[in-house]
Design a protein around this ligand. Structure first.
Ligand code: ADP
Length: 479
């Protein structure tokens, strides 16, 4: 049992923080007592610390399971920047001799990041079993629930993996989970008695606004007005890469602001440059797809505008949560033109009936109109011997679920009452408001009345050019 002072010393010496943020101390204490814990803390609350701090007080490996390479890479980079070198990412990218060597020397790593699929591999499991896993962390734990928008069937493997590892103390982490999903996460992991730390998803400093217009063209005018008034730093989300690029160019021409596009179609080195310029306040506005944001640790983002409807409220909350991490007044605007849900529907649905896809996969060829994500889900189900009937039933259910989520998103923008209340009720919370800094339904003509703090440019001597940062990162990875 660690005493409070010992824990605070690690907080200070390894992380340079004096106090905990809400939910951190409670989670860390529970984990150090060996309790399995589900922590639901909003974006920016400081979830990484929940497993990074115990790492320095527990003997053994910290195993972190994450759904995306980019998320893992971000955490690995952060630990490196904190001076922690005992970090490894076990992904499909690690192959051959290198992989064998890492698995042989697993003991020399304190933090092991990996994906659920990797843990399905006996070689990897055996190597992990030889070392003591002090803490198993399941990041983005909502991915285990079929009731959530981010369901990943690979996550279903984790219950058994955990048992095979001798049921180490486990931390389930997520930023958003409705009560139903919460229950489902615990059920699917077989952890019904886990200790729960749940903090409100509410971010009171983010003003919630919606702007309905008749046509897409009117939307452009609204957007222009907004970014001229609220100069940023800000993020504008688009459903398509092409439009993100076109609008970045248009907005840059129309205003004095520096605007850039960021999405998976932009070359990695260019993305790195844009991210750094944004961090240094050399760029005020980023026109992005949902590829931008995860792992962006900029605390003075003043607004997040959605040009298109997000696919569901979970994603919406996650994306607007990138604003105002410094606690200062910030803004989230959702632009909506009649029929926007059609665009979203086209992006998320497959027109080809599941039976046809199944046939195509069995014959080893897929037609071009099947989305990558959907195809890989099918492959997963087939590999893990689900029957065709089960697979089709799961896809049918998913389709109904996706449509329901979209309707809930549309209902948010059409809500006559308090938007914050709608959002919080959706996530199973009570709301005591409203107040005038709540949402557009409480403050009429908000765009003329709302004042956002002006972000200070970073002083010259604190700036580290992106080339230097890249060099620093490369140096670290070479070591
Ligand atoms: P989340 O994963 O919940 O979105 P992060 O782990 O990325 O949050 O942390 C967000 C930011 O908060 C990071 O810059 C982190 O260094 C900072 N942070 C975390 N815990 C504390 C703390 N106790 N005091 C001050 N800053 C903190």
């Amino acid at each position: 049992m660690k005493n409070k002072q010992e824990i605070l010393d690690v907080l200070q010496s390894h992380f340079g923080f004096d106090d905990f943020r809400p939910g951190q101390e409670e989670t860390i204490n529970a984990l150090l007592e060996g309790k399995d814990t589900l922590s639901i803390l909003p974006t920016g609350a400081g979830k990484s610390l929940l497993y990074q701090l115990p790492a320095y007080l527990l003997s053994g490996t910290i195993l972190i399971v994450s759904p995306l390479i980019s998320l893992m890479q971000d955490q690995v980079d952060r630990l490196h920047r904190q001076g922690e070198k005992r970090v490894i990412m076990l992904s499909g990218q690690l192959v051959g001799k290198e992989r064998a060597s890492v698995l042989r020397n697993l003991k020399s790593f304190k933090f092991v990041f990996t994906s659920p699929e990797m843990l399905d591999n006996q070689q990897v499991l055996t190597a992990l079993k030889k070392n003591k896993v002090a803490l198993m962390v399941i990041d983005e734990a909502h991915c285990i629930s079929q009731w959530g928008p981010d369901f990943r069937p690979e996550y279903l493997l984790l219950k058994e993996v955990r048992q095979q590892l001798g049921s180490p103390t486990t931390l389930l982490l997520t930023a958003t989970a409705t009560p139903r999903i919460r229950q489902d996460i615990l059920k699917k992991m077989g952890m019904a008695t886990a200790y729960q730390v749940i903090k409100s998803v509410d971010r009171p400093n983010i003003f919630l606004a919606g702007q309905s217009v008749a046509t897409q063209k009117e939307k452009d005018g609204e957007l222009l007005k907004l970014i001229q008034k609220f100069t940023g730093p800000g993020i504008i989300y688009f459903a398509s890469r092409k439009l993100a690029s076109q609008m970045a160019e248009w907005l840059e021409n129309q205003t004095d602001l520096n605007v850039a596009a960021y999405h998976a179609g932009v070359a990695p080195i260019e993305r790195f440059r844009i991210q750094n310029q944004f961090m240094n306040n050399e760029l005020q506005v980023i026109c992005a797809t949902s590829a931008f944001g995860m792992g962006i640790d900029k605390n003075d983002i003043r607004y997040v505008i959605h040009y298109h409807l997000p696919s569901n409220l979970e994603n919406y909350l996650q994306e607007i949560g990138r604003a105002g991490r410094d606690g200062k007044q910030s803004l989230a605007v959702l632009l909506y033109a009649n029929g926007d849900e059609m665009i979203q529907r086209q992006l998320t649905s497959v027109d080809v009936p599941p039976v046809t896809i199944l046939e195509q996969i069995k014959n080893g060829k897929l037609s071009a109109n099947i989305l990558g994500e959907q195809a890989s889900l099918f492959e997963f189900y087939l590999e893990h011997s689900f029957t065709p009937q089960q697979i089709i039933a799961m896809f049918e259910r998913r389709k109904i679920q996706t449509e329901k989520e979209l309707q809930e998103m549309v209902a948010y923008i059409k809500e006559d009452g308090c938007k914050r209340k709608y959002l919080l009720t959706y996530f199973g919370e009570q709301f005591d408001g409203p107040n005038e800094f709540c949402c557009d339904n409480e403050l009429s003509n908000w765009s003329t009345k709302l004042v956002l703090p002006i972000s200070q440019p970073i002083p010259e001597n604190n700036k580290m050019g992106w080339e230097n940062r890249l060099k620093a990162l490369l140096n670290i990875t070479e070591n």
